[in-house]
Ligand binder design. Structure first.
Ligand code: NAD
Length: 365
């Protein structure tokens, strides 16, 4: 059986990473009809929008997409294409496993955390106004002058509906993956209405899983310290959007950095697979960055497509390349300027060769 998958190369280092990802996934033997769709700064220069309708239509039609990172200008310019894609396709659940692999340098061992981030609400809702705008003035008036007049305003919406579905997603995944505990992370001692609602709803959902999955609450500041000191205490973390974004990078740091941290965004019917890392524009066109996070996102995609054997084969080959430490990119070497580091595409070649070796060994066994 073949699968139709939308491939979004992205921009910056995205295209070079994703051409490697495509080659490696094809080498697993799974038949994929790739529908390539451009999004990001390069297509913006050609057609005037960084997210053409064709990209969304393709994702809706194929139901499965894999994407490279896309640059978001800071402060000014277009809004994040990544955020827009998640919102337009209602990909409300961001799934980010953080797992230790032998050979990946890190201060920690045996980490196996799963971070579930709400993807559509919170300060990412894009409801904000500059200082002096009539809307800002209106909100300042509503605050009874507790806000300085020269303030810019961002709004943080957290809904019952949005919270219920993300917490339920976290508990369902915990059951499916035979995990033991879900920890809800907010700052509800300060944001009593929004984060307070998140906890209120999370407690209701947790009751439905009582006896199966443990539930606890930890405030986000305490959680940062806990994760650095005792990450082994945690299992599945569920968080509103902004805390989820920040803690994703922290958790990626626990397992060796952004180069090895995969991810996926799920809605009720559509899934888009992408790494946590961004477009690392300073390395654009240098065939330098690590394709592993996107390849491990590809492994998640193969599982989602029901191609479990291929997913296992791909992960085993990546693990083996990590453990050997030879054919890996600069970020996985003991020193960043190690002359033995290979490029993005050569690391992909080594993973393909490893899969071939593994197939030969299992065929002759
Ligand atoms: P980044 O993740 O692109 O890069 C930060 C640093 O991490 C890099 O300089 C590099 O040292 C390292 N790094 C990242 N990916 C790596 C890889 N695959 N291999 C080796 N090292 C890697 O973060 P940034 O510089 O803050 O963001 C750059 C752009 O990407 C911004 O415009 C940002 O908005 C965007 N971004 C996009 C996504 C996405 O597409 N989902 C996610 C995060 C950031």
């Amino acid at each position: 059986m073949s699968h139709n998958v939308t491939l979004i190369p992205g921009d910056g280092t995205g295209p070079e990473i994703m051409s490697t990802v495509r080659r490696v996934i094809d080498a697993t033997g799974v038949k994929i009809n790739w529908e390539v769709q451009e999004a990001g700064v390069d297509i913006m220069a050609k057609v005037g929008t960084p997210l053409p309708d064709a990209v969304l239509e393709s994702c809706r039609r194929n139901k499965v997409a894999i994407k490279g990172p896309i640059t978001t200008p800071i402060g000014t310019g277009f809004r994040s294409v990544n955020v827009a894609l998640r919102k337009e396709l209602d990909l409300y659940a961001c799934y980010r496993p953080c797992k230790s692999y032998k050979g990946v340098r890190s201060r920690y061992e045996k980490i196996d955390l799963l971070l579930v981030r709400e993807n559509t609400e919170d300060l990412y809702a894009g409801i904000e106004w500059p200082a002096g705008a009539p809307e800002s003035k209106e909100v300042i008036k509503l605050s009874k002058n507790k806000i300085r007049e020269d303030s810019a305003i961002s709004i943080k919406p957290i809904s019952r509906t949005g919270t219920r579905r993300i917490v339920k997603f976290a508990f369902d995944i915990a059951v499916k993956e035979k995990r033991r505990k879900v920890t809800a992370v907010t700052k509800a001692n300060i944001m009593k209405c929004t984060d307070g609602l998140f906890y209120e709803v999370a407690r209701e959902v947790a009751k439905e899983y009582q006896g199966k999955i443990e539930y606890e609450e930890v405030l986000v500041d305490a959680m940062c310290m806990q994760l650095v000191q005792k990450p082994e205490l945690y299992d599945v973390l569920v968080l509103p959007n902004l805390y989820g974004d920040i803690l994703s990078d922290l958790c990626a740091g626990l397992v060796g950095g952004l180069g090895v941290a995969p991810g996926a965004n799920f809605g009720d019917t559509i899934a888009v697979f992408e790494a946590i890392h961004g477009s690392a524009p300073k390395y654009k066109g240098m065939n330098k960055v690590n394709p592993s996070a996107c390849l491990l996102s590809g492994k998640l995609m193969l599982e989602h497509l029901g191609e479990h054997e291929a997913a296992k084969k791909l992960e085993a080959a990546i693990k083996s390349i990590f453990a050997e430490g030879k054919n890996v990119t600069y970020d996985m070497k003991p020193f960043r300027d190690d002359p033995t580091a290979v490029g993005t595409s050569q690391m992909g070649d080594a993973i393909i060769r490893k899969m071939e070796e593994m197939s030969t060994v299992s065929a002759s066994a």
